[in-house]
Design a binder for this molecule. Structure first.
Ligand code: MN
Ligand code: MN
Length: 293
């Protein structure tokens, strides 16, 4: 018996194709002096032009930031030579999501190319051992060993995840090391594998907010404009200008009422560099499909 309908499988695969193109588009916009905002709008614009929606606001996180920065509505940040940029983006077709990421060095000075390679190699190795029935800890072990063999630390309190419909971060957690968890991956599941490698201690903490929000709380009001526009996926303050009359005060009041929360930028300690690579994978009865490859 099929664990996933043909319709769901096809939508996951289409979301993956568009997510991959959007990642390439964002990377093509990154050069010294370019605005973060331009890269974000062009990449998310491509997703919409192709008939999909972003799975979440594009993350453009630099240097010791692991994730969760997206440009603010009038963001003035520009890329500088040597910035290590984690570009993380995905597409949604009818709530079936893709999530993929790559790390680029602005100006390609090569200083962190081995750090980047360690995450790409860890991702490829994890995919090569992934089968229906694999244990998540075995993926974690391959990822951790690969990153360690390059002389870096896998980030322990960050990792991959299940991908559900309109649910970007569902169970299980896919660790970047062997966490002794015996959870098994089964046909019909979609997962994102995302190795993070660090030149620091391999632990991240919450920094300030990064302009990415999500509906939260025990009861979500389905009449809210953000629910009607974005369902339960993360959204950017940038996206609210056509959704509510006064985005800043709307966000303030929703946060105060605990109906919206803001994601914190995830950071290593100062001076440490972090790289990331990510693909979305669909697990079928007899094979896996890397939807973002
Ligand atoms: Mn991602
Ligand atoms: Mn992810």
């Amino acid at each position: 018996m099929a664990e996933i309908t043909d319709d769901a499988r096809n939508k996951f695969i289409q979301a993956g194709k568009i997510g991959k193109l959007a990642l390439e588009k964002a990377i093509s916009e990154i050069e010294p002096g370019a605005l973060f905002l331009t890269a974000a709008e062009k990449a998310e614009g491509l997703i919409r032009e192709m008939g999909a929606k972003p799975s979440f606001p594009v993350n453009l996180s630099i240097n010791n930031e692991a994730a969760h920065y997206t440009p603010a509505p009038n963001d003035k940040k520009v890329f500088r030579t040597g910035d290590l940029v984690k570009v993380d983006i995905g597409a949604s077709i009818d709530g079936y999501l893709s999530d993929n990421a790559a790390t680029v060095e602005v100006g390609e000075n090569g200083r962190n190319s081995d750090l980047i390679d360690s995450t790409r190699e860890a991702l490829n190795k994890a995919i090569s051992v992934l089968r229906p029935g694999s244990r998540v800890r075995d993926l974690g072990r391959v990822i951790g060993e690969t990153i360690t063999s390059h002389g870096y630390k896998p980030v322990k309190n960050l990792g991959g995840h299940g991908v559900g419909r309109y649910d970007l971060h569902s169970a299980p957690f896919i660790p970047n090391y062997d966490d002794q968890n015996g959870n098994v991956l089964r046909p019909g599941q979609a997962i994102a594998i995302e190795p993070f490698a660090s030149t620091g201690i391999g632990m991240i903490h919450n920094g300030p907010g990064g302009n990415i929000y999500i509906l939260s709380g025990t009861k979500i009001n389905q009449d809210e404009p953000v629910y009607r526009n974005f369902n339960t996926i993360p959204f950017a303050s940038r996206w609210l200008k056509d959704v509510v009359p006064d985005p800043a005060s709307y966000l303030r009041s929703m946060i105060k009422a605990r109906q919206v929360s803001e994601f914190a930028i995830l950071k290593e300690h100062s001076g440490a560099m972090i790289a990331q690579s990510e693909h979305t994978i669909l697990i079928l009865e007899d094979r896996i499909v890397v939807t973002t490859q």
